[in-house]
Design a protein around this ligand. Sequence first.
Ligand code: GLU
Length: 469
Amino acid sequence: MSEQIKFFQNVQTYVEQAAAFTDLSKGLIDQIKACNAVYRINFPVKIKDKIKVIEAYRVQHSHHRMPTKGGIRYSIMVDQDEVMALAALMTYKCAVVNVPFGGAKGGIKINPKEYTEEELERITRRYAFELIKKGFIGPSLDVPAPDYGTGEREMSWIVDTYMQFNQQEINGHACVTGKPIGQGGIHGRTEATGRGVFYGLRYACTFADDMKKLGLEPGLEGKSVIIQGFGNVGYYSAKVMYENGAKIIGIAEYEGGLYNPNGIDIDDLKKYQLRNKTIKNYPKAKFIKQSSLLLEEACDILIPAALENQITKDNAPRIKAKIIGEAANGPITPNAEAILQKKGIMIIPDMYLNAGGVTVSYFEWLKNLSHVSFGRLDHRHQDESFNRIVDLIETNTGRRISKREKSALRGADELDIVRSGLEDTMISSYENIRTIFKRHKKMQGLRTAAYVDALEKIGITYAKMGVFP
Ligand code: GLU
């Protein structure tokens, strides 16, 4: 029988497994696990002269830090269980990467492909209004962001709706992140989750002893990679990994998959997809009709970057990857995880690996609160001082510094600062969870270590709040 899956319960199971490695009391663990607020809405929207009732949610999993933070998903699979699970994952994710927010998530149960842009705008604005009405959005309350099926466009409708009702709010633009640059967005947010996946995997592959256990050489270069999903997260993961020497041999999409053991040129595939609105019939790879089979192909790194519950106890025995990097939220069920661990597969967990998105969202929120872009104040000053150093070197050595060398010395702009802040976050967080993992001989994998890290940090915050004497 195929596995019965309750996503929120799966997250709870992972928390309980990790709790056994902490000194936190049962009461405190229960408090951390519980969803603090669930808001379920049904609202009417006029679609082609008819009234359509739309089902939507916003869940704030943890108020231990405010505001709460997490994306909004548009998908026909949205239900309360899914949004609760995703909100909980946001709590643990923020704790792991030291982003000072509680976790939240929103969802609207629609297939966005079935609506025109104008209809989507009406649905989004109405949803934003419902959030405003109940205090479920605001720079210090709850800050949504993009997720599956949403992007800059939806965030721009949300911030505009919020501002119409809150014109006196000087920090109003910080009510949502992932906005277009012109509305207070930040450079590097769109690519952030995928780029974070790359930084995380590259760093994980630097540890020679860990790689040796998997029968791999250290370093990402030349490693064969299969990615499930070619949306925002899948595409940017593939692109940045490809640019840095990984060999992308498979891409699995909902409409079918592509396979080429010699590697797929990701920029070329993207151009093809934009031109043809599909990856089907891409001439430089074999088309695989049942794309889920691609997950079972041999590769060094498998990156599920689409939806939850993709690797269950049904297909886990057939997975041949040596490393699984969870770019999606919850792609592996606890039953599947046990099977994969027995096979010696290394799992780099979602709550760490895909935290690049919320990390850069945090930078965007800070930028909005400070009302100035990163690098704006000192970019020119840095450039000038570097030029003076270059002049000095040239006069003293008689050697001309090349254009390339000069550009490496130039002052950092916003994108440079965002990327370096993201890389630093991914490296230091990995070190934390790896150290916890190494400390406990009986610990099964990095996921438990990441949960332990999160639970301990959240526990400390609650203790400081005096809720648990
Ligand atoms: N939706 C993203 C996630 O699942 C980003 C959330 C955010 O930036 O708040 O992590």
